[in-house]
Design a protein around this ligand. Structure first.
Ligand SMILES: *[C@@H]1O[C@H](CO)[C@@H](O)[C@H](O)[C@H]1NC(C)=O
Ligand SMILES: *[C@@H]1O[C@H](CO)[C@@H](O)[C@H](O)[C@H]1NC(C)=O
Ligand SMILES: *[C@@H]1O[C@H](CO)[C@@H](O)[C@H](O)[C@H]1NC(C)=O
Length: 162
């Protein structure tokens, strides 16, 4: 009896460690988004890296397009558009499954708002089967806070609201 309970617990512990070693968090289903350097200012280049191991191998989400933009969800004056960073066609043969590229943060007027907070957003567009079997492209997105320091020399050229 003692041995049997012990064996069951050992099997259970082994299963738990296997699942946690191989499992992926739900938050990783569209990719793990990172960039360097962490803090940016207008005109600066930065490297964006998206790790798609969990997305592809665990969740079966193979991107067709990866679109990147920056939003200002807090501290804007109500009409700042998202700023396009990049549209990437994902290389589905990439090994390891990563999308990596160099981007440049544009000079844009609202990067001078000292109270603003920003988010780097990734839209992951991928194919699923539609109800009649034909493919449908759906979009999942992730966003992360990104630090942007105002350019000290920037001129506010923000257009007057129409
Ligand atoms: C990608 O993420 C997986 C799961 O978190 C991790 O095991 C792997 O080392 C990462 N790959 C790279 C290239 O960072
Ligand atoms: C896609 O990835 C494969 C494997 O790394 C590589 O051989 C190929 O050149 C890549 N294609 C493009 C268009 O970058
Ligand atoms: C932004 O910068 C602050 C201060 O340097 C730091 O504590 C924080 O972790 C940074 N946040 C991000 C998302 O990089």
């Amino acid at each position: 009896m003692h041995i049997s309970i012990h064996s069951s617990l050992t099997v259970l512990a082994t299963l738990v460690s296997l699942v946690s070693a191989q499992g992926c968090a739900e938050a990783q289903r569209f990719g793990i988004l990172q960039w360097s350097p962490l803090t940016l200012s207008p005109g600066q280049t930065f490297t964006v890296t998206v790790n798609l191991t969990c997305a592809i191998e665990w969740f079966g989400i193979v991107p067709t397009y990866l679109d990147y933009h920056i939003e200002v969800p807090v501290g804007n004056n109500g009409h700042e558009p998202p700023i396009y960073i990049a549209r990437r066609t994902y290389n589905q043969s990439a090994s390891p499954p990563v999308d990596r590229f160099i981007a440049t943060l544009p000079y844009f007027s609202w990067f001078t708002f000292p109270e603003a907070q920003y988010q780097l957003v990734l839209d992951n567009s991928y194919m699923v089967a539609g109800t009649n079997g034909s493919p449908v492209m759906v979009v999942g997105d992730i966003s992360q806070p990104i630090n942007i320091t105002a350019s000290p020399t920037a001129v506010d050229i923000h257009p007057t609201a129409a």
